[in-house]
Design a protein around this ligand. Structure first.
Ligand SMILES: Nc1nc2c(ncn2[C@@H]2O[C@H](COP(=O)(O)OP(=O)(O)OP(=O)(O)O)[C@@H](O)[C@H]2O)c(=O)[nH]1
Ligand SMILES: [Mg+2]
Length: 453
């Protein structure tokens, strides 16, 4: 793959639509603008022009809007053409075949963004944000991704780098001219500043915990005894018959998962097998799966049948429940013999509901949002930096290097070795924004993108 060939892709979804978007990027775009539009004068740069699309064989394949971006003034940084034909898959296919005949190549996933990165139009964290924006499934993750695309992570990395370079310059001056009256007289200066940087990095590393919450959703397990209404609850929340509901206890054997939006949160909601002592092997396996899921859950909805005595919750699960990560749902309050169950797991918040009658559902959802806001406590999206696994790995190396430098400064060991540590820390910051020599790693990163982006 060379970065100088001309690539193209259908950037809109396949299938019938009002319009489609076909994007081209690379040096051939300069001549293609008149060849494809059949005009003998160039298109106005970055301006919509209604033209025919003429095939290599001189046939009119469609008419639509062309946009030409010159080298250096496009998303990829190369000359680009965008054509918006009618969204008929046949037209799109004819155009794709024509472009292949002209010697253009179909783009790999993320190849436009990869070129934008390689041409210096954005740093790597911004390129990653392009994919995050496309895949965001909640307004919160969208806002965080938007900030990242605007350069929030790059800005933070350059702030940390500048602070480190200043310390390096000071220490180097001291090493070169130790006898002169230089600031290193006060070794506390660098100690404090390196310590500050370590704290900043630790804070950033912690934000990685939100990455899974943003991308995968808040993992919420519905647990309870058989027949309590767990499957009825997932169906009610999802708004469709996702799980089988029946009055036969032990209906759900395997866990069933779906995604919902609760306020601005993306929730992965999981229905599980009823918890109780059983000799049925299949049911037992289902319960074991629930136990497994419980260990990685962020939140629990413990549902009980308010007409029955309180359920026995296995101690492995009971020990995971707190007033912050669990709501007890007293279900079936429409039935005359239902009782107040406040004494069951007293310390946990309770909501009284009837799923079949829809009683108490809105109040329960409000309580649920309040608990998530309090316990999962995502940082305010307006100032959030959320590092992904790749960023975290890179700055963990910076953290390690700075801790090693700190020990040396602490012991008044102002040797060249300190500067080696400090420079290693700078390398970690650079890696976050894109100083990556490994081509295979870059390919892997962009392979997660959509085709045409
Ligand atoms: N009266 C009444 N019945 C309900 C309510 N919610 C659920 N049910 C009934 O309770 C029975 C069991 O419901 P499910 O949702 O299958 O219960 P489950 O907890 O998934 O049960 P298992 O999968 O067997 O563990 C069904 O007959 C439901 O219609 C409710 O609010 N009121
Ligand atoms: Mg069920």
């Amino acid at each position: 793959m060379s970065a100088t060939d001309t690539i193209f892709a259908l950037s809109s979804p396949a299938g019938e639509s009002a319009l489609a978007i076909i994007r081209l990027s690379g040096p051939l775009c300069l001549s293609l603008q008149s060849e494809l539009s059949g005009r003998n004068k160039p298109l106005k740069q970055r301006q919509a022009t209604l033209c025919k699309y003429m095939s290599i064989n001189g046939l009119e394949l469609d008419s639509g809007i062309f946009l030409y971006y010159p080298n250096g003034a496009s998303f990829t940084g190369e000359a680009m053409l965008e054509f918006m034909p009618h969204g008929n898959p046949l037209i799109v296919q004819n155009i794709i075949e024509d472009l292949l005949q002209r010697g253009l190549r179909l783009a790999e996933p993320g190849e436009f963004t990869k070129r934008a990165f390689l041409n210096g139009k954005m740093d790597l964290s911004q390129a990653e944000a392009v994919a995050d924006i496309i895949h965001a499934r909640s307004n919160y993750s969208l806002e965080v991704a938007r900030k990242q695309l605007a350069g929030s992570i790059g800005f933070k990395m350059s702030e940390l780098t500048d602070a480190l370079l200043e310390i390096i310059a000071e220490i180097e001056a001291y090493i070169d001219f130790p006898e002169e009256d230089l600031p290193m007289q006060d070794p506390n200066g660098p100690v404090k500043r390196i310590q500050y940087l370590i704290n900043e990095i630790s804070r950033l590393i912690e934000t990685n915990q939100y990455s899974a919450l943003l991308h995968d959703g808040i993992k919420t397990l519905i647990i309870g005894a058989p027949n309590a209404g767990k499957s009825s609850l997932i169906n009610c929340l999802v708004g469709s018959q996702r799980a089988i509901v029946s009055d036969i206890p032990g209906t759900t054997r395997d866990f069933i998962s779906s995604f919902i939006m609760l306020d601005s949160f993306r929730i992965e909601i999981i229905d599980t097998a009823g918890l109780h002592a059983t000799t049925d092997q299949l049911e037992q396996q289902g319960i074991e799966k629930t136990l497994e899921q419980a260990h990685s859950a962020d939140f629990f909805l413990l549902i009980m049948d308010a007409t029955q005595p309180p359920p026995q919750i296995p101690p492995e699960i009971a020990s995971l429940l707190t007033d912050e990560n669990c709501i007890v749902l007293e279900n079936k309050i429409d039935l005359g013999n239902s009782k107040d169950q406040n004494d069951f797991l007293k310390k946990l918040p309770h909501s009284r509901i009837s799923i079949t009658e829809g009683f108490g559902i809105d109040a329960f959802k409000e309580e649920w949002v309040k608990r998530i806001e309090k316990t999962i406590s995502l940082p305010k999206s307006s100032d959030a930096i959320v590092l992904n696994a790749r960023h975290t790995q890179a700055i963990k190396a910076s953290h390690k290097a700075l801790s090693s430098a700190l020990q040396k400064v602490d012991s008044q060991d102002f040797s060249e070795l300190i500067c080696v540590d400090l420079r290693a820390a700078v390398d970690g910051f650079s890696e976050v924004v894109g100083k990556i020599d490994n081509e295979a790693m870059l390919d892997k990163l962009f392979a997660n993108f959509c085709i045409g982006k």
